[in-house]
Ligand binder design. Structure first.
Ligand code: HPA
Length: 246
């Protein structure tokens, strides 16, 4: 049984260093997850991998079945989830290619299925979400990055936007006034659903681009893809380094 899951985001639909054992499609009361879960071994540890947007990257951020994804992981015995996320950088030091381990979230998404507690089925519960990420896992990721010699910020507030379009410059101004440092489209409801299922959840964010109005001119998809290639190779090294720490 794998205690650890990795949810791969844009730029990370497969994990090169993962020795694949088998793939498993899991049905949930909430429908199908984004794809089969891949069971494998990473740095000698059994882990499972799930591509958030599907293995062909076909599922848009607002259409990801977050409930099915988290439920499927819980169902197969996962206890800890490392989420990989591509983001835009708002804070000046969060330049393209740099990594961040966010410690806070502000949710700007809407119309997503964002709870397991509805329709009377599971009873109404109000989870504590003061600290949205699992601090123990976050610290292990920070330590792994340091030991791999990778420069990363250990503090950032993640703005979760609806997408799939990128933001306007004025929207990013507002996010910055709100205290956000990075912006992405998948951080919520994923983190809250993980907490509802009592999963220990932390995010490794890769800055793919300067957020709207923070760089020169428009944001190009080529630029995002280019930065994600180098960023995701660093993510791979962090994931290898974190396994013995967990
Ligand atoms: N905004 C929202 N999501 C993103 C961005 C961005 O600039 N870059 C990568 N994911």
């Amino acid at each position: 049984m794998s205690e650890i899951a990795i949810i791969g985001g844009t730029g990370l639909t497969t994990l090169d260093s993962l020795e694949i054992i088998r793939r498993e499609m899991i049905q949930t009361p909430y429908g199908e997850p984004s794809g089969p879960v891949t069971h494998g071994v990473l740095s000698g540890r059994e882990v499972v991998f799930l591509a958030r947007h599907g293995y062909g990257h076909t599922i848009a951020p607002h259409q990801v079945n977050y409930r099915a994804n988290l439920w499927a992981l819980k169902d197969i015995g996962v206890e800890k989830v490392i989420a990989i996320a591509a983001v835009g950088g708002i804070r000046a030091d969060l330049v393209p290619g740099r990594l961040a381990f966010p410690d806070q979230i502000i949710d700007y998404t809407w119309s997503r299925d964002n709870t397991f507690f509805e329709d009377g089925g599971n009873g109404v519960t109000h989870i504590d979400f003061t600290w949205p990420y699992c601090e123990e896992l976050r610290q292990q990721l920070i330590q792994a990055a340091a030991s791999a010699g990778i420069d990363a910020s250990d503090k950032a507030t993640y703005a979760a936007t609806q997408g799939p379009r990128l933001e306007t410059a004025a929207e990013v101004d507002r996010l910055q006034r709100d205290g956000c440092d990075i912006v992405g489209m998948t951080g919520m409801p994923e983190a809250a659903l993980a907490r509802e299922l009592e999963l220990c959840y932390a995010t490794c964010a890769v800055v793919a681009n300067a957020a709207a109005g923070r760089g020169e001119g428009e944001i190009s998809l080529q630029e995002i893809e280019h930065n994600l290639v180098s960023g995701m190779s660093q993510v791979g090294r962090i994931l290898e380094a974190v396994m013995p720490l967990i």
